[in-house]
Design a protein around this ligand. Structure first.
Ligand code: NAP
Length: 307
């Protein structure tokens, strides 16, 4: 049997992966963390994180994630910026293939690849992506100074980012398919009392229009079936997420939506394969719970390696 090069490979540098990295590096394990883009994951694109304990006035998602990264590096965690194509298991070892063709093995792998935004799936969305269609208000919001934008969705992301966008835009339409928001009450209250936010209830976007960039969206009221056009310069889509679990080339138990099922030690149905954070099937998808997942997975790996 081939010898494992690493004790543990972590995939993904969001809150779960970086926390796992802090723990395994402190424990002196031979570890590497692969991240495809930049550290921080979805959390880094959140304008203000108000519910992560320890920051009584809130903290920007980017700053929080930069702190986690520098903490992990301080303990000597090796972080490499390489996309991972495939995670698979053979002969009791686990392999991680990176886009440059390297196949590295480890005694354990922690998959902390998070989730990514769902597309809305309407005409115009793909063609105008990056030209008015966005999935990241923190990244693109400042482009809409004094403009009019629409946000689609009714969850924490949609409502939180609609509030953020009022810093730049003169008007933010929040288009939601029901008359009740899914977002937490505190976010709802903030949005409902913000004069710049106009709620368009019981409505779905049927088309995004524009030549070079977005100039309007068509919306249909699902109760009256009436269609109308709304002039906007940008549209931000926050209609839920899907797990980034496609790299797993091993039969792992997952739920109907593809989120990986683990036990309370973050172990998947395959021995030595762990999952942590938003890629995992669980009740609450938050930075606080991702951090807990990462710490638990790292500790479980440490125990399993010690035998
Ligand atoms: P979410 O909670 O799943 O909300 C998705 C929203 O999109 C729902 O309002 C849903 O409508 C709507 N939607 C889904 N498919 C749609 C479609 N095809 N057309 C129109 N609308 C559609 O997703 P999320 O807001 O991204 O949040 C994901 C997780 O991250 C949640 O657990 C959330 O609590 C967490 N999160 C937390 C924070 C925070 O604490 N500050 C910030 C961001 C995210 P319905 O309501 O009708 O289903």
């Amino acid at each position: 049997m081939k010898r494992a090069e690493f004790d543990v490979i972590i995939v993904g540098a969001g809150p779960a992966g970086l926390t796992a990295g802090i723990y395994v590096a402190r424990a002196g394990l031979n570890a590497v963390l692969y991240e495809k883009l930049s550290p921080g994951g979805q959390a880094a694109t959140t304008d203000l994180v108000e519910n992560y304990p320890g920051f009584d006035r809130g903290i920007s998602g980017l700053e929080l994630m930069e702190k986690m990264e520098s903490q992990a590096r301080r303990f000597g965690l090796r972080i490499e910026f390489k996309p991972v194509d495939r995670v698979y298991s053979s002969d009791g070892l686990h392999f991680v293939r990176t886009a440059d063709g390297e196949d590295n093995s480890a005694r354990a792998v922690i998959v902390a690849t998070g989730a990514e935004p769902n597309p809305l799936g309407v005409p115009g969305e793909d063609a105008l992506r990056g030209r008015g269609v966005s999935y990241c208000a923190t990244c693109d919001g400042p482009l809409y100074r004094s403009g009019k934008v629409a946000v689609v969705g009714g969850g924490d992301s949609a409502v939180g980012e609609a509030i953020f966008l009022t810093r730049f835009a003169s008007k933010v339409y929040l288009v939601h398919r029901r008359h009740q928001l899914r977002a937490t009450k505190s976010l709802q209250d903030k949005a409902l009392s913000n004069d710049k936010v106009e709620f368009i209830w019981d409505s779905v976007v049927t088309r995004i229009e524009g030549e070079d960039s977005v100039n309007s969206i068509s919306i249909r009221n699902v109760r009256s079936a009436k269609e109308r056009k709304l002039k906007v310069d940008g549209v931000f889509i926050y209609v839920g997420r899907k797990p980034n679990s496609a790299i797993l080339d091993t039969e792992v138990r997952s739920d109907q939506k593809g989120y990986i099922i683990t036990n309370e030690h973050m172990e998947t149905s395959v021995k030595g394969l762990f999952a942590a954070g938003d890629v995992r099937s669980k009740l609450l998808y938050q930075i606080a719970t991702a951090v807990g997942d990462g710490a638990t997975a790292a500790y479980a790996v440490e125990k399993s390696i010690a035998g």
